[in-house]
Design a protein around this ligand. Structure first.
Ligand SMILES: Cc1ncc(COP(=O)(O)O)c(C=O)c1O
Length: 272
């Protein structure tokens, strides 16, 4: 078994997930109105604590690509804004950049990497790419980077890339699909602008479950979930910074068979 492909769980965790799914079907009102939201918030709080950030900055979503879509599709772009990413970026995430380019008319800049490649050389290539984008009259708006790439399976120097983003005034979007459960992650120290991680790959949490971290100062940039759901509030009416969290919790209520995988399981997995 290769945990990084799909993830797997201890049977104790699976049994718990089945219990919640059963409850959601046989006593839906009680479960959805009372138990579910409370347990979801407890799970968010437990995961946020592991990441050393407030629970108001972490939501549970279905998978990493949902998180990357949520961030890249919510950002507002001018025609000269550029999204930087790597040739080693996961294929689906490269497609999200291309699709965002179609919709918003922003540009994409792919940084070519061939391994073996020392970290210093990788950082140099990013700096060269930033200069090239600026020299072409474009603005590097966001850099998408990995914690651990899948092909080839290499750990990126993400700490140094995040520092570079801060120095250059570029938003950082971390694809940490292989992060939670695989690496110690202190997001309070790392300070990414956006961080996505699958919990189901290495975290012993049932599929599908991933996390999206958005620090409070960036929450105004994330206006809606994908798909947009019932708690969406039109910009003219409210600029609430807590919107993402509310919308997500609400959406999850209609999607319980999927989201029951997010409940409580991290505790059992941590104890097993
Ligand atoms: C590096 C990386 N990013 C993103 C993804 C996409 O994850 P998901 O299919 O769970 O959205 C994967 C999947 O294996 C991955 O390896």
């Amino acid at each position: 078994m290769h945990t990084g492909s799909f993830g797997s769980v201890p049977t104790t965790v699976l049994d718990l997930m089945h219990k919640y799914q059963h409850q959601s079907q046989v006593r839906p009102d009680e479960f959805l109105r009372y138990d579910f939201a409370q347990k979801l918030n407890e799970s968010r709080a437990a995961i946020a604590e592991q990441l050393h950030v407030p629970s108001s900055t972490v939501v549970l979503i279905q998978n990493a690509t949902t998180g990357i879509n949520t961030v890249l599709r919510n950002l507002q772009y001018d025609a000269n804004d550029t999204i930087l990413y790597f040739s080693t970026t996961y294929g689906a995430c490269q497609n999200i950049v291309l699709s965002t380019m179609e919709v918003s008319k922003c540009q994409g800049h792919r940084i070519e990497l061939e391994y073996p490649l020392p970290d210093e050389e990788l950082l140099d290539r990013v700096e060269v790419a930033i200069r090239a984008v600026r020299d072409a009259g474009q603005r590097p708006k966001v850099l998408m980077l990995d914690t651990i790439c899948s092909l080839p399976a290499v750990r990126m120097p993400f700490e140094r890339l995040l520092e570079l983003c801060k120095r250059e005034g570029i938003l950082s979007l971390v694809d940490g699909a292989h992060g939670y459960g695989a690496l110690p992650l202190n997001l309070a120290e790392l300070c990414p602008d956006f961080f996505v991680s699958n919990c189901h790959k290495w975290g012993l949490v049932p599929r599908p479950c991933a996390l999206l971290y958005v620090p409070e100062h960036n929450q105004k940039l994330i206006r809606t979930t994908f798909p947009t759901s019932s708690l969406f509030v039109y910009t003219c009416i409210s600029q609430s910074t807590q919107l993402l969290l509310l919308v997500q919790t609400s959406r999850a209520q209609y999607d319980v068979p999927k989201y029951t995988s997010c409940l409580d399981c991290h505790r059992i997995a941590g104890a097993s």
